[in-house]
Design a protein around this ligand. Structure first.
Ligand code: FES
Ligand SMILES: [Fe+2]
Length: 451
């Protein structure tokens, strides 16, 4: 019996490496994290018309997300209820019905079983088709374009699950009329790493940027990015924040309003667009978010496996495929209001930096695969890893939700990520999972835009 509480020490800022390698831990994650949390399914703009569908995963479960006639969205397990075949093989498309390859059962876009071959001759018209509809994902909801699903009826609403993180999410999702959009198709790569490692790498690990990505930073001539220097020779912490303590969600944020685009060559056109639109954003979101956050490099993490970075403009989901393997899906992302020329520049730059052969992504993939491999041995599994940087140096910032540490080089957010992981793994159900939105703004600025 695994002591899940013992695999993470929040006070000791350490994690037992067993959590990256042990199949029993992974099985518990499928049940208590991926079977319990709200998971990203699709962006609403990807399935605009009735009958539009998109195939994705919730944990290891294959899921079909379908726009209904009344424009609502349903999600089904992508498995035929007759003998279990994979029902839909296409990644996305538009369909009136889904017919199974094996014996020909056909299901409507609403999941109902509508046709059974030889129903009269072989079933003697005795089959009750209403019993064999597709199995629906228990809860589906969206927040400003992002559609999430949840297998657990006992889960809090999506709005409560996101909590005060919505205040920060709106910096991308609600800055300008039209909101957000994902560009192009998902770029899919397999990486031999445990799913938690890329999440923590992005949620809190600003430390690796000047070191692991030194070559890439030189190549794109971003020698000084918001206080970082190539080779981690020095860092200026004043320009950013590590924000956590929001139900497992977190944000790394630079605060200069422009550095999101510092990795773009010849970014003059983007800078002009930012400044032309900033007054509108300030009007919609207020000065703090409009001036300090919008346009800055931001790393968003929605627990457990969704991350996106306005600025570098990638949007990513990590689908677990066993304790030591993931399928990583990445899109480029933009604001709908951006001109087409800037959207194209974003797509090009995302492929250059964090595409399947991107400069930065290869640095990360190699390190994350090696951290996983080095946790698999009999002896190394019993070792610990540490997230003790800047421990004890966090607190309240007036006007901002969350528990906040200065700078983006800090292991503050990783500690909260693992704390949340441990809370889920040790809890029998949602009633035992604590909800916390530290330093909530509900009473003050309110979540006026959090709808
Ligand atoms: S398994 Fe799908 S029709 Fe038989
Ligand atoms: Fe990285």
């Amino acid at each position: 019996m695994t002591d899940y509480a013992g695999l993470v020490s929040a006070a000791g800022a350490m994690q037992r490496r067993q959590m990256y390698a042990d199949p029993a831990v992974y099985e518990q994650e499928l049940e208590r994290i991926f079977g319990r949390c709200w998971l990203f399914l699709v962006h609403e703009s990807q399935i605009p018309q009735p009958g539009d569908f998109f195939r994705t995963f919730m944990g290891e479960d294959d899921v079909l997300v379908v726009r209904q006639k009344d424009r609502s969205i349903k999600a089904f397990l992508n498995t035929c209820t007759h003998r279990g075949n994979r029902l839909c093989r296409a990644d996305r498309g538009n369909a009136k019905a889904f017919a199974c390859n094996y014996h020909g059962w056909a299901f409507g876009a609403d999941g109902a079983l509508v046709n059974v071959p030889l129903e009269k001759d072989a079933y003697f018209s005795e089959i009750d088709k209403s019993r064999f509809g597709l199995v629906e994902v228990e809860q589906v909801a969206s927040y400003k374009g992002l559609v999430f699903g949840c297998f657990d009826r006992g889960a809090p609403s999506l709005a409560d699950y996101l909590g005060d993180m919505k205040w920060y999410l709106d910096v991308w999702l609600d800055a300008l009329p039209g909101g957000s959009v994902l560009l192009g198709e998902a770029q899919k790569v397999e990486i031999p790493t445990n799913w938690k490692l890329p999440v923590e790498n992005v949620c809190g690990d600003g430390y690796h940027l000047g070191w692991a990505h030194a070559g890439a930073m030189k190549a794109v001539q971003s020698m000084d990015f918001s206080g970082f220097t190539v080779g981690n020779a020095s860092v200026d912490l004043e320009g950013g924040l590590s924000i956590a303590g929001l139900n497992g969600h977190s944000l790394l944020a630079t605060l200069d309003g422009v550095s999101g685009y510092s990795f773009y060559p010849d970014n003059g056109d983007i800078m002009r667009w930012l400044e032309a639109n900033r007054p509108t954003v300030i009007e919609r979101l207020g000065r703090v978010r409009g001036e300090k956050f919008w346009g800055s490099q931001l790393n968003f993490t929605i627990f457990p496996n969704l991350q996106f970075l306005p600025g570098l403009n990638w949007f990513r989901v990590y689908h677990p495929k066993g304790p030591g393997r993931i399928e990583q899906w990445t899109w480029a992302m933009a604001e709908q209001a951006m001109p087409e020329a800037i959207k194209q520049r974003i797509l090009d730059n995302q492929l250059l930096t964090f595409g399947p052969a991107g400069l930065f992504d290869n640095d990360d993939g190699d390190n994350l695969a090696a951290c996983t491999e080095q946790s698999r041995g009999w002896r190394t599994r019993q070792m610990d890893v540490y997230t003790n940087m800047a421990q004890g140096h966090s607190g309240r910032r007036p006007g901002l939700p969350g528990d906040i540490a200065v700078g983006v080089v800090s292991e503050h957010n990783q500690r909260y990520f693992y704390r949340r992981w441990q809370e889920h793994m040790a809890a029998a159900d949602w009633r035992a999972v604590p909800q916390y939105n530290l330093n909530s703004l509900h009473a003050a600025e309110g979540l006026a835009h959090a709808g």
